[in-house]
Write a protein that binds this ligand. Structure first.
Ligand code: KIV
Ligand code: ZN
Length: 518
């Protein structure tokens, strides 16, 4: 048995902040990326791929900030097979106590010809040069063969051998286009282990896309055939159909130890919280029937199922809700609860906020408790996320008055906002109240952003539930997601739009343009 086969621990490599964030519309700002990285670290992820530092100044800064914050997990930066890219990745990650450079190049005929315009010899040379250069900077280097599953097997063996000899400690075999079948992919991994000299001494990694819905199945088949690193993302976020979902991978490993006797370091109880965080920041809602983290994943509606579960949970449950961090909806505080109790609840929910954010969230909680009889954990999470986002924003909602109804045509919104502490007002008409609100916002803060997404979901059940609204704005090459929560859907809509707009304003300020001075 190879060294690889004797190693029964699977390295969990999370790429939510790189491959996940790369998917159109999923952009996060630096603060959000840091919070996701902290959640991944708390969850026990081994390697956090924090971004692609050479892609932009913003990516470089975000990776650098994460490297300064994260202590336990290894922080990884992606780089093309170019010395400049590799140097940039190194500069960004070096502050982290554990860090890794991940360099890649395409190896399939299609990619070499049409994407790179390089012949196979030049690609092999680039593999050698990039890995050697990266190893000159750090001890921990990962090399990936992009589009590996459509690569000629002999050529793939040659490239892997080159990377191993140049010092890569991890070699990744991506199914870039989600084309492989589990048995086929498992055989590919086994073939590499058997044929490539030295492959058994390094960590062979897998990175699967979900175009045929097989990303998790392929990843697990690879592990059964000797791979010992799985690259994955929270909620399966990623380009096109996404990447292998971290929560599905680790819950498969936990639930089916009989078939997959491999350990990992993930504290699965953190799954739900991290899933919600990523969903809130990206505006990508999790489908209700999504495995592990979907709203219905542990719901037993059918009477016959409910009866069985009440008699013995194992009748229909192969995992406990607690094992993924899903606790009973707790009735929390009432309108007489004080700041002390509220702070204790925040701690229980895993928030470590500064005093100003606690004050802001507490004021919102009091206002909510006045309007809503029962305040649940989910309500607290929604209002705290809202307050954290709103903290430090330059444009804040002050007042909103709507005229709408079946006989009111057109609908109007009278809006008052505070811009850097000074009031600005506007009244605008619209095709419906939401349109009127957004028109009024555009009147007080003129901007060119296009509305790309408007989405509402109820935080809890009941007609007095808070609405959580997501707005995505697009300006130039960038998108900005904003969230707003309130028992009044229209107020939540205004807050969500302003949250996205504030992100846009911050970005423009960084680029030297102040849209608020107009
Ligand atoms: O899918 C892919 O091939 C990738 C590589 C850059 C690892 O994301
Ligand atoms: Zn990928």
């Amino acid at each position: 048995m190879s060294a690889q086969g004797e190693n029964n621990r699977v390295t969990i490599f999370d790429t939510t902040l790189r491959d996940g964030e790369q998917s159109p519309g999923a952009a996060m700002n630096r603060e959000e990326k840091v919070r996701v990285a902290q959640a991944l670290e708390a969850m026990g992820v081994d390697v956090i791929e924090a971004g692609f530092p050479a892609a932009s100044e913003g990516d470089f800064e975000a990776v650098g900030t994460i490297a300064r914050e994260v202590r336990e997990s290894s922080v990884c930066g992606l780089a093309r097979a170019r010395r400049k890219d590799i140097d940039r990745a190194h500069e960004a990650i070096r502050a982290a106590p554990r860090h890794r450079i991940h360099t890649f190049i395409s190896t399939s005929p299609l990619h070499m010809t049409h994407k790179l315009g390089m012949d196979p010899e030049a690609v092999v040379e680039a593999v050698h040069d990039s890995v050697t250069h990266a190893r000159g900077l750090v001890d921990d280097v990962e090399w990936s063969a992009e589009d590996a599953t459509r690569t000629d097997p002999d050529f793939l063996c040659r490239c892997v051998e080159t990377a191993v000899k140049a010092g890569a400690g991890t070699v990744n075999i991506p199914d870039t286009v989600g084309y492989s079948f589990p048995e086929e992919y498992g055989s590919l991994i086994r073939m590499l282990l058997e044929r490539v000299p030295g492959a058994d001494a390094i960590n062979l990694s897998v990175h699967c896309h979900d175009d045929l819905g097989l990303a998790v199945a392929n990843s697990l088949a690879a592990v059964q055939n000797g791979a010992r690193q799985i690259e994955c993302t929270i909620n399966g976020l990623g380009e096109r159909a996404g990447n292998a979902a971290l929560e599905e991978v680790v819950m498969s490993l936990r639930t089916r130890r009989d078939r997959l006797p491999f350990g990992h370091g993930v504290r699965t109880e953190h799954i739900m919280k991290t899933s919600r965080l990523v969903s809130a920041f990206t505006g990508f809602q999790v489908q209700p029937n999504k495995a592990i983290v979907g709203r219905n994943a542990f719901a037993h509606e059918a009477g016959i199922h409910q009866h069985g579960v009440m008699a013995n949970a194992q009748t229909y449950e192969i995992m406990t809700p607690e094992s993924v961090g899903l606790t009973e909806s707790n009735l929390v505080l009432g309108k007489h609860s004080g700041r002390h109790a509220f702070r204790a609840k925040l701690e229980e929910l895993g928030y470590a906020l500064d005093e100003a954010s606690v004050d802001d969230a507490f004021a919102r909680f009091k206002a909510l408790a006045d309007r809503k009889k029962e305040v649940f954990d989910e309500d607290v999470v929604a209002l705290v996320d809202d307050a954290v986002h709103a903290h430090g924003e330059r444009v804040r909602l002050n007042d909103l008055d709507i005229h709408c109804g079946t006989r009111t045509r057109p609908q109007t919104a009278a809006l008052s906002v505070m811009v850097d502490g000074a009031e600005r007002t506007a009244t605008r008409e619209g095709d419906g109240p939401v349109d009127a609100i957004f028109n009024a916002i555009r009147a007080v803060v003129p901007n060119e952003a296009r509305l790309q997404l408007y989405q509402v979901h109820a935080v809890t059940g009941g007609t007095d539930a808070q609405a959580e609204v997501t707005v995505r704005l697009e300006a130039g090459e960038r998108t900005y997601n904003g969230q707003g929560a309130d028992t009044d859907t229209l107020v939540a809509s205004a807050r969500a739009y302003l949250a996205a707009l504030n992100k846009l304003l911050n970005q423009k300020t960084k680029e030297g343009e102040d849209l608020l001075s107009a």
